[in-house]
Design a protein around this ligand. Sequence first.
Ligand code: CUA
Length: 314
Amino acid sequence: MGSLFDFMLPELKSPMTGASTDALMAFIHIVSFIILAGVTIAMIYFAIKYKRRSDDDKTPLITHNNKLEVTWSVIPLLLVFIVFGWGYKGWLNLQTPPDNAYEIQVSAYKWGWTFSYENGAQVGNEVHVPAGRPVKLVMQSQDVLHSFFVPDYRIKQDVLPNRYTSVWFQAEEPGESQVFCTEYCGTSHSDMLAKVIVHTPEEFDTWLSQQNTGGGGTPAERGENLISVQGCVTCHSQDGSELIGPSFQGLWGSERNFENAGSVTADENYIRESILEPSAKIVEGYQNQMVSYEGRLSDDDISDIIEYIKTLEE
Ligand code: CUA
């Protein structure tokens, strides 16, 4: 569609997440324009053709016209179905990052962004990513609601306290893109900006290895230390063996069946809930023995433990 719509959105830099959005936008605009033009032309034509020409010119009484009414109901209905189906397909695509996505943890706060990498590096208000590879951001807020918006990639996702949300994109070329916060979050909301900096894969590896990792170890290493310090290992094994609670091995991404509440796939939000509210979902075959770690573990601690559990594959 290209140039016709250039004035509305910046050049698309993540076709995998944005091409369908742009095509749908173009479709809606073209259809709307055709209908607007049709209605306007018909209105002008009728106004001239049926203009009152003399004093005894009477308007006939027309009660209804079945053919016309069915036509102007069915055509818009079909258009609505097309727009819904198209939009739903795009939404599903945005909800499902590719399996090989490179993961970065995002922490939003009043008023900035912190991006954390698997090697322990942390960067403020700049997220560096490799080109040509899907990137998944796992996001959390330290205070109020924020929203992560990159117009170049056509992605926008709310960032919430006490819950993880995620978003993904794939930038094809090295370069820079602007990030905005799009949820009003107080005085400096409009200054809550960040940049996505896209490197070639080689440059990205070099950049990452040059970052200061703070000496505190990687998130997974910190998580491994925490589960020992906090006593988690007393009840949860790391090798699949049976203790009082379910083993951490093979937990990540597995299907969990519960005594009291159906089933879920173990993701960030499930593990977070299990730590803060252990009685909410009891895995089949176990009893509720665990106390809440609310107030004993910070949000960062919980994220670190989740990163460690992710490494304990079957
Ligand atoms: Cu954060 Cu607006």
